[in-house]
Design a protein around this ligand. Structure first.
Ligand code: GTP
Length: 343
């Protein structure tokens, strides 16, 4: 029986919005039109070869929550691999939110004690900018305490910036059984190309699956092991071999994370998520304005060269190199040669 991913949280906390953004590529502006989820909506998202994400979006209205915790308890909480519980950062019903959360954790302990738990403090954009860090930390402490000994990972998220991709990339990464092997193969590919970094994306969602450097870890605080200049925001232009080049729309309303001024090679901690967002916007532009499918692209900037190409049926790979003598054609050839290893 395939393990499922439960997406739970109070009504209006933003569960269906994040699902439609990540898995259906809908823009954030359209989420306001989504209706309330009635009972449970099940989605099977083929992720990587045999890896199918069995996502259960559980409508959060009180009547549904009560039924998950009573008559449907065993059905909902059995065979759970991951519970993603969403809290509205600006909820007016904190006590009730926490009570439901505690009850859900109790049920999870009973029916799927091995499940991992991820808590998303969502709609962080609604918290005043200067207060976000402190508020998230306060919430993290509160939620860890409420989880009474159960290991939980807390993320602050919003549909209006890359934080949502970051959280989902980390969550999905934990679901991939051979993630360490993938990372090793990517490191070998990086070395073969004299590349600074190689990144593997899932094809539809563009979530980051693995990287050649230290993979996205759930602790989020491990120091970088390679040095990369930050990705420009946005790249000046993206050149797709099958389409004319044009500039991308600005999609990054968040301020840049602080980087020491005297170290130009400090890598940007949000580069994966920003790349995902930009590529998705570019893909969308290709299909909408050029009526062409996106297949691959090459970026040749003063600071670095990058090639993004299909690796397997369900993945794209991106190779970033800082040596100006490395030709993009050589990188693409190496991707072609590496395909067999990853299929
Ligand atoms: P139920 O289906 O009733 O359980 O609700 P839900 O948790 O699925 O909530 P839904 O996704 O329908 O979102 C409710 C509202 O929150 C929508 O109007 C969204 O546009 C809005 N919303 C979702 N995410 C965010 C966010 O990150 N920031 C802000 N400001 N609004 C958001």
């Amino acid at each position: 029986m395939k393990k499922k991913v439960l997406l739970m949280g109070a009504s209006g906390s933003g569960k269906t919005s994040m699902r439609s953004l990540i898995f259906s590529n809908n823009p954030a502006s359209l989420t306001a039109r989504l209706g309330a989820t009635i009972d449970v909506e099940q989605n099977h998202v083929r992720f990587l070869g045999d890896l199918i994400l069995n996502l259960w979006d559980c409508g959060g209205q009180d009547a549904f929550m009560d039924s998950y915790l009573s008559t449907q308890r065993a059905t909902i909480f059995s065979h759970v691999g991951v519970l993603i519980y969403v809290f509205d950062a600006e909820s007016r019903e904190r006590a009730k939110d926490l009570e439901y959360y505690r009850d859900c954790l109790d049920a999870l302990r009973r029916y799927s004690s091995e499940a991992r738990v991820f808590l998303l403090v969502h709609k962080m954009d609604l918290v005043r900018e200067g207060e976000r860090k402190g508020e998230l930390e306060r919430k993290r402490r509160e939620l860890v305490k409420e989880s009474s000994g159960m290991g939980v990972t807390v993320f602050g998220t919003s549909i209006y910036d890359e934080s949502l991709y970051k959280a989902w990339s980390r969550i999905v990464h934990t679901l991939i059984p051979n993630a360490a092997v993938l990372s090793r193969h990517l490191t070998t590919l990086a070395e073969a190309c004299s590349a600074t970094e190689v990144i593997l994306f899932e094809r539809t969602t563009f979530l980051v699956i693995a990287t050649s450097a230290s993979p996205p870890s759930a602790s989020a605080s491990s120091p970088p092991t390679v040095s990369l200049p930050p990705l420009p925001s946005p790249p000046r232009s993206l050149k797709s071999p099958t389409s004319p080049s044009f500039s991308l729309p600005q999609t990054d309303p968040e301020p840049e994370p602080e980087e020491p001024e005297d170290d130009p090679h400090q890598m940007s901690p949000t580069r994966y998520e920003r790349t995902s967002e930009l590529i998705k916007a570019f893909k969308y532009s290709c299909s909408r304005f050029l009526r062409q499918d996106f297949h691959a692209l090459e970026m040749e900037l003063a600071e670095f060269t990058a090639v993004l190409d299909e690796l397997t049926k369900n993945t794209y790979v991106m190779i970033v190199a800082h040596d100006p003598t490395i030709e993009t054609a050589a990188l693409r050839l190496n991707i072609r040669l590496a395909r067999r290893k990853f299929e």
